[in-house]
Write a protein that binds this ligand. Structure first.
Ligand code: DHB
Ligand code: MG
Length: 620
């Protein structure tokens, strides 16, 4: 069945009109008006009502009414007067339902019977005006903090204008669930349901709730299971997002509103309540594309040459070159009037696109459209294939090419004049191992949702990487089979490598690309012999490595000689990797060898790598 999709104004930044416009533009059908947003609004409640009506938004609820139930006199009588005033406001607004959250006052009496009597009286008064009351347990309520307690009180009050409100955050943050809901609560008594996710933190529920909530799928709480239980209980009201989040408050309201609706659509898909084109099967990165001009292309080509890449083909109609080493493809795009040149004009040499191999690009495009993601269509020449592309939340293009069996290889044969020797690909690299992106502050949650909801990528636990000049927060995404790996980095500091990348070049995007090799030592030795600008690693690192892993001297010396970094996981999987210096202080390359099922990125080595990069003069 169709549930109206709703969002609380508290999720979004700006004035009330900004919030409402953003919610309507995203495609929400209803809103929760958060009282503070009305208090700070210039116009009257009637004008707010008209604004909503003009935008096609229903006001699903007015919220919150605080600290009402089980107060001693004289507050009790005063609270009932206060409620009458709010009913006036609701009638002017055209809002029929009031959210009453459980009392957090120390003075609240520990008497459910008193709470029930007060709510009954309030509901009686509301009912006379055609209004209704929903009672919601806040996780930090003085006496009511679980939904079952709130339900007991609603049941005792036994008034048709009084029902229960559920909020996934309050239930799940206490480790509680909705077991028994369908048996205990008749559907018509479930007046409203709010949805929020959150990262798992050890924090008191109040601070956790007010600062760190996120949209479903951006955090770690089992929100899909919560929705499943709600639907099983027969609920047919709106599904509403209620997220208090410091970054969302500061972010453009349209992006956040769109993320919100995307999260709700995906949440409904997960419980079978919305049918979307199926998740793609991913099989790695087919190519990474750089926006260059001729000078940058010559310089980048020279650097790639030291890493064993060769100019392997030239585009049939565009000023675009393919550089290849084994299974790793890089595209250097200097075509004027293209998405690449637009990027080059803005940012200089930079990664402008990645291509993911997927089983069915057309299906993924349809899925992206259903999830409100912009699709990009580049102009094409005669007889050339149009490669469908999506825009990531920072504007980076993600091309979708069929997986190798389906013909990822064909794009090269169709669109490029290939050098004879390179047509099949030769050289030592297996392919792309990962592409790491630097994100502007506040963008992490948008990307988390984008990669999870569209592609089904699963996030690893968050890491904190200590750059010498500030902290970098990192979260890596991978496909189930490990063929596609995408670490995301964000830094509040503009002095970290990540922060500088974002601020100095006015843009985020891919800032390092890792190539997979079966033999890091050989690949790096060959690159060094060709003069590759490899990053030096201090000898202290190797002394610590020997101490941590008990490596034999011979192995340790071999690592040190090639400036290779090393990591080992609990199952004995190993990771050997080396970095280049940055190209024009922008992006850099990594060579990695995975063995024994190692699935990480050498996070323990990130501090050493970042310090080594920062010892270099700028521009190196
Ligand atoms: O943090 C709060 O005060 C608050 C108010 C209303 C809600 O619905 C809620 O979940 C929390
Ligand atoms: Mg709530």
């Amino acid at each position: 069945m169709h549930h109206k999709r709703s969002i609380a104004t508290v999720c979004l930044s700006g004035s009330l009109p900004d919030k409402l416009e953003a919610a309507a533009a995203a495609g929400f059908e209803a809103v929760e008006i958060f009282e503070n947003d009305l208090l700070t609004f210039e116009g009257s409640a009637r004008e707010a009502r008209r604004l909503c009506a003009d935008l096609g938004l229903e006001i699903a609820i007015f919220q919150p009414f605080r600290d009402f139930e089980a107060m001693p006199e004289p507050q009790r009588a005063r609270n009932l007067d206060r409620a009458e005033r709010k009913f006036d406001t609701m009638q002017a607004l055209g809002a029929e339902l009031l959210l009453v959250c459980s009392n957090v006052q120390a003075a609240a009496l520990p008497e459910p019977a008193r709470a029930a009597a007060d709510l009954r009286e309030m509901a009686e008064r509301a009912g006379r005006r055609g209004l209704r009351i929903g009672y919601e347990a806040l996780a930090w309520g003085t006496h009511t903090n679980r939904w079952r307690q709130a339900w007991d009180i609603v049941q005792q009050a036994d008034h048709p204008a009084l029902g229960l409100i559920l909020d996934s955050f309050h239930t799940l943050c206490l480790g509680d669930d909705l077991a028994g809901l369908a048996q205990a609560v008749p559907a018509e008594k479930l007046f409203f349901v709010q949805f929020a996710d959150a990262p798992r933190l050890t924090l008191d529920p109040l601070s956790w709730s007010r600062h760190f909530r996120s949209f479903p799928g951006q955090g770690e709480l089992p929100v899909a299971g919560f929705l499943r239980d709600i639907l099983a209980a027969g609920y047919c009201g709106p599904l509403s997002l209620e997220v208090f989040n410091d970054e969302f408050r500061a972010a453009p309201s349209r992006r956040i509103a769109r993320d919100g609706l995307r999260s709700l659509i995906w949440l409904e898909e997960q419980v079978g309540n919305a049918a979307l084109p199926a998740m793609p099967k991913l099989s790695g990165i087919e190519f990474v594309e750089f926006a260059v001009d001729h000078a940058a292309r010559a310089e980048l080509g020279a650097m790639l040459g030291t890493m064993g890449f060769r100019h392997a083909g030239t585009h049939r109609s565009k000023d675009v070159e393919l550089w290849r080493n084994g299974g790793a493809n890089l595209v250097l795009n200097a075509e004027p009037d293209s998405a690449a040149s637009e990027r080059f004009q803005q940012l200089g040499p930079s990664v402008c696109a990645m291509a993911f191999r997927v089983d069915d690009p057309a299906r993924l495009v349809a899925r992206a459209e259903a999830l409100l993601c912009p699709v990009w269509r580049e102009r094409t020449g005669e007889g050339e294939r149009r490669i469908p592309a999506l825009r990531a939340p920072d504007g980076t293009l993600i091309y979708l090419v069929e997986n190798p069996e389906g013909g990822a290889r064909r794009i090269w044969e169709d669109d490029f004049h290939l050098e004879e020797a390179e047509a099949t690909g030769s050289g030592g690299l297996l392919g792309m191992d990962h592409a790491a992106q630097a994100l502007a502050p506040g963008m992490m949650d948008s990307f988390v949702l984008f990669y999870r909801a569209l592609f089904g990528l699963e996030p690893d636990t968050p890491w904190e990487l200590p750059d010498p000049y500030g902290l970098v927060r990192s979260r890596a995404f991978a496909s189930g089979d490990g063929s596609l790996r995408l670490p995301l980095n964000v830094s509040e500091s503009t002095r970290t490598g990540t922060g500088r990348f974002v601020s100095a070049f006015a843009g985020a995007g891919v800032h390092h690309i890792a190539f997979a090799t079966p033999d890091a030592e050989a690949t790096v030795a060959a690159a060094a012999a060709r003069g590759a600008p490899l990053l030096d690693i201090p000898s202290n690192y190797y002394e610590d490595l020997g101490a941590r892993f008990g490596l034999e001297d011979a192995e340790l010396n071999a690592l040190a000689r090639q400036h290779l970094l090393y990591d080992r996981d609990a199952q004995g999987g190993t990771f050997r990797h080396a970095y280049t210096r940055a190209f024009r202080d922008r992006f850099f390359f990594e060579i990695v060898e995975r063995a024994g099922g190692y699935a990480g990125f050498g996070a323990a080595n990130a501090a050493v790598r970042m310090a080594a990069q920062r010892r270099l003069p700028r521009g190196d």
